[in-house]
Design a protein around this ligand. Structure first.
Ligand code: GAP
Length: 440
């Protein structure tokens, strides 16, 4: 069995099977913009649901938020993004190519000359104008991170939740960055989704919570199916830290293009609340209900990319195998993440009793499990098709089913087949999904 995977195979499978399409393809596509197709959108929803369950619903110390993408422009001055959220660009005077200074050495990667312009700062925030008049006063930004929506809502969140420290806020939403060098498929794009947590702690507890969140977030990727050895933690050196962070550990995945960041878990100290308090004139301190002491909480921020996590789960699930002399491509997603749980396949689409039984099985199952129905090819092809999108079980209705009221259930990874009676089918499948661990 081979598990060789390269990005071309992933990109091609994603297009062919409806996970991810190039954006506005009929016009030639738009660099670094991608659309999630029928299976991609299910996969991405499952990634977000697994995250939300793990960091909000399964905990006692977290709540959720969905803040606006557009925020008061002062937010970005206070956060430091207007000034600091920049890449330094240089141009090669010889070949006229433009590069991010931190991504190249002394010589031009394109022509090999050593004749660069002075570096100049390029702000990554995408700018727009609100309202009918386009002038300085109407400038707004598409948020480059979801985090600030949580910080500016800190007093609202305290008021409505009556929380004591430590507690955290989770948010999933779009973010935008005018990346100079987008690429590697959905890994680095200009529009992407983040899943971020801002965890507010007493200052003295921040290092311990930082450690706990690094462990917890690392475990989440493994629990959802990433293979051991394909992810690792990497602590930032002092010179790589963002302007707001006192420490940061990345969780990295070994993509075909190398080890790359999935998520950063930063200790943001009291930087954000202090900055916004100063800029807004509002008191953003926390008052301890017992001691009455007021102070700025410190913030631990596990910040991940939905698109990057989805890509890692796709790459990690990809397997090529040889079955009876022919190749089989199978996406071995965990049960929680598989975009489709069950496919119902009639063996003979011309036999109306088979179709009627298969349709009624699907109608019954789809109330509780994401199902598809497919009768557009031979059974061998239908199985391969479902393997390629990672469907966990295939239920085949055949001529014998009409007599013995049983169907064949085929398991994706082992390809083992079992006859199960139609009346027991739903219970049988539900038990498989409920009683076994997500990774199986
Ligand atoms: N609030 C902190 C923050 O935004 P970041 O390291 O800049 O930190 C967090 O971004 C995560 O967002 C990254 O680990 C990555 O998963 C995702 N991300 C950042 N830029 C991205 C891009 N251009 N395309 C796709 N995902 C991106």
């Amino acid at each position: 069995m081979s598990s060789q995977v390269d990005m071309d195979k992933i990109v091609s499978l994603c297009k062919r099977r409806g996970f991810i399409f190039p954006s506005s393809e009929i016009y030639g596509g738009l660099a670094s913009a991608w659309d999630y197709g029928p299976f991609g959108v299910e996969l991405k929803r499952n990634v977000k649901a697994a995250w939300w369950k793990s960091v909000v619903h399964d905990r006692d110390d977290m709540v959720g938020l969905d803040a606006s993408i557009l925020m008061h422009p002062q937010t970005w001055r206070a956060s430091g993004h207007t000034e600091n959220f920049t890449d330094t660009l240089v141009d090669c005077r010889n070949c006229k190519k433009r590069f991010r200074q931190d991504q190249i050495g002394d010589t031009c990667p394109s022509c090999g000359k050593k004749d660069f312009t002075e570096g100049r700062a390029f702000n990554l925030m995408l700018q727009t104008h609100l309202g009918a008049v386009e002038d300085e006063s109407s400038v707004a930004y598409l948020r480059p991170e979801t985090a600030q929506g949580i910080f500016v809502n800190f007093p609202n969140l305290l008021n409505v939740t009556h929380r004591r420290l430590p507690f955290g806020v989770a948010q999933i939403g779009k973010a935008f960055r005018n990346e100079v060098t987008p690429g590697n498929f959905t890994f680095r794009t200009r529009e992407f989704e983040q899943m971020e947590i801002e965890f507010f702690t007493p200052p003295e507890e921040a290092p311990e919570w930082h450690r706990k969140w690094i462990e917890g977030r690392f475990a989440w990727y493994l629990e959802n199916g990433i293979k051991k050895g394909k992810i690792r933690r990497r602590e930032h050196g002092k010179d790589e830290l963002a302007h707001y962070a006192s420490g940061c550990t990345d969780i990295e995945y070994e993509f075909p293009f190398g080890w790359s960041e999935l998520e950063g878990i930063a200790n943001r100290t009291d930087f954000d609340l202090k900055q916004h308090a100063e800029s807004s004139g509002k008191d953003l301190q926390y008052q301890d209900p017992v001691t009455q002491k007021k102070f700025y909480p410190h913030i631990i921020e596990p910040s991940g990319g939905v698109d990057r996590a989805t890509l890692a789960f796709l790459v990690d699930a990809y397997h090529e195998e040889e079955v009876k002399g022919s190749p089989r491509v199978v996406l071995k997603f965990s049960k929680a993440l598989a975009p489709v749980k069950v496919a119902v396949l009639p063996l003979l689409k011309k036999k109306s009793e088979i179709v009627t039984l298969a349709r009624s099985i699907k109608t019954d199952l789809q109330k509780d499990l994401v199902c598809v129905y497919d009768d557009t090819a031979s059974i061998g092809k239908l199985y391969r098709r479902q393997d390629e999108v990672g469907t966990f079980y295939c239920v085949t209705v055949d001529v014998q089913s009409l007599d013995d009221k049983q169907v064949t259930v085929r398991e994706r990874d082992t390809m083992r087949q079992e006859r199960v009676s139609v009346d027991q089918l739903k219970r049988y499948l539900m038990e498989k999904f409920q009683n076994q661990s997500a990774v199986e």
